[in-house]
Design a binder for this molecule. Structure first.
Ligand SMILES: Nc1ncnc2c1ncn2[C@@H]1O[C@H](COP(=O)(O)OP(=O)(O)OP(=O)(O)O)[C@@H](O)[C@H]1O
Ligand SMILES: [Mg+2]
Length: 458
């Protein structure tokens, strides 16, 4: 039995919820306005608050903020009209446990209430604007905003949709949210939506009973069963078919399912984090993705910015990957020459962070000294100015920095001269402008080094 406070300006709604919850064995308080709600919260040990978002002129969102300020651990459920998903989103961002859309089903309320009452209460450790995980690197304003968002929403039960181009770190962020959530000790189960054939969807996700179909040789709990009390990571969620979208929506609404071949109902409490490199809103507009499912999944949407929009993170990422691969390859590679750095700062990374990581990995592997020179960098030959859609993998055919066409235009002599000049400068910089050591670094004689300096007017 739990103590639940119901806040609504409509008497009929207060009565309806009181009767319903009392039937479940709970003790129910009611309040017709936020002031009275706060007074009740101050004078009673509450386990849960259910409040309408729109109460005449007063806002349930303000009440939510006040409650969270005073009782950070008290779960709050919001009631919202289906027509205003924006309210639900800001509610979740402000720490609501979940929201229920009007008109609602009795089963749905009971399921959400039970989930809220069972949720483990751990104090939220929200230190804002700090990377929530040591393996997510970045300090650009764009990434700091994302860190802040992750830290704020991780302790809530809100479903999160992460979208952005391939290689921007969507899965990394999903794991970080799980790791900083109250369910951190429980499972994080990745589910690649496009890898599951429609016909096997239910059995894969919800499990099956032995003998329920040919090939069902044992009982299984399914991926959702494994994720119970933890997080299910729905990767490539934009690839769900209309049928699987409907099946997923039902489970999310009712928080229960039947295993294939089972008569018993299985209750579940799973937080859903999904990822896509599609524009799901557009897919909704075109009728390819269910709007109701979209709002269920995208309670908190997180857009991962492409790396070319946050070049400030490039040096940090390079440093991080240099250390990582120097260790893996057991090499003493410590830095990039200044020209190599310049090349990487001027590149636009169609494959985002994954591509940068691959570049550094290969750079370290190919490096012959402890400095990576531009010649060890292999960048994608096609500098796609892509936006939105998945920009794919790095083509096998690689050349340094420019496309072949651009290189042919310039001609071999000029390219070599340009390259030589840059190398001379890099060598000088690396040796604190000692010509002798710079010559050594380039493995040429001092005389020929001096000659080259004159040739290029350096
Ligand atoms: N901010 C970051 N700091 C450190 N590593 C990162 C960062 N972002 C991405 N990475 C690395 O880049 C690689 C790709 O990241 P991830 O798999 O999370 O991308 P994704 O957005 O899920 O890509 P896809 O859409 O192709 O599945 C991983 O190796 C990941 O560790
Ligand atoms: Mg991914």
């Amino acid at each position: 039995m739990a103590s639940i406070l119901v806040v609504d300006d409509e008497l009929s709604m207060r009565e309806f919820l009181s009767i319903l919850l009392e039937k479940q064995g709970h003790h129910v308080f009611t309040a017709g306005d936020p002031q009275r709600a706060l007074a009740t919260a101050d004078s009673h040990q509450l386990d849960l608050v259910i409040t309408d978002i729109r109460m005449g002129s007063m806002s349930g969102l303000d009440l939510l903020k006040d409650l969270k300020d005073r009782y950070a651990d008290l779960p709050v459920l919001l009631i919202t009209a289906f027509a205003s998903p924006e309210d639900a989103v800001s509610a979740m961002k402000n720490g609501a446990f979940d929201y229920i859309t009007k008109p609602f089903k009795v089963d749905e309320i009971i399921a959400v209430v039970n989930a809220a009452l069972q949720a483990p209460t751990a104090p939220a450790t929200a230190s804002r604007q700090q990377s929530p995980s040591h393996d997510i690197i970045g300090n650009s304003p764009e990434m700091l905003k994302i860190f802040d968002l992750i830290n704020r929403i991780a302790p809530t039960h809100a479903n999160v949709l992460i979208y952005g181009e391939s290689g921007t770190g969507k899965e990394l962020v999903a794991k970080a949210i799980h790791k900083s959530s109250k369910a951190a000790a429980n499972a994080f189960v990745p589910i690649t939506c496009n890898a599951i054939p429609e016909t096997l969807f239910e059995s894969e996700l919800f499990g099956h009973v032995k003998g329920s179909f040919t090939g069902a040789t044992a009982n299984t709990v399914g991926l959702f069963g494994q994720a119970n009390n933890g997080t299910a990571f729905l990767d490539e969620v934009g690839e769900l078919t209309p049928l699987t979208q409907t099946k997923l929506l039902r489970v999310l609404q009712e928080r229960e399912f039947k295993r294939v071949g089972d008569t018993q109902i299985t209750k579940i409490n799973v937080r859903i984090i999904s990822a896509t490199n599609r524009n799901l809103e557009e897919e909704v507009m075109h009728g390819n993705f269910r709007e109701d499912l979209f709002y269920r999944l995208a309670v908190v949407p997180i857009r991962m910015p492409p790396l070319r929009e946050r070049k400030g993170d490039v040096p940090l990422l390079i440093d991080f990957f240099l250390k990582k691969y120097a260790k893996i390859f057991d090499k003493e590679v410590r830095e990039l020459s200044s020209y190599a750095m310049e090349v990487l700062m001027n590149y636009d990374y169609p494959g985002n962070v994954r591509e940068l990581e691959n570049i550094i990995e290969r750079g370290v592997a190919l490096a012959t000294s402890n400095i990576i020179l531009p010649e060890s960098l292999t960048l994608s030959s096609h500098r796609k100015k892509a936006a939105g859609a998945s920009t794919g993998e790095i083509p096998e055919n690689l050349v340094a920095v420019r496309s072949e066409e651009e290189l042919f235009d310039e001609g071999l002599e000029k390219i070599m001269a340009r390259f030589e000049k840059k190398l001379l400068i890099t060598a000088l910089e690396k040796t604190n402008y000692s010509k002798m050591r710079a010559a050594d670094l380039l493995k040429i004689s001092f005389r020929s080094f001096r000659y080259k300096l004159q040739k290029y007017n350096l």
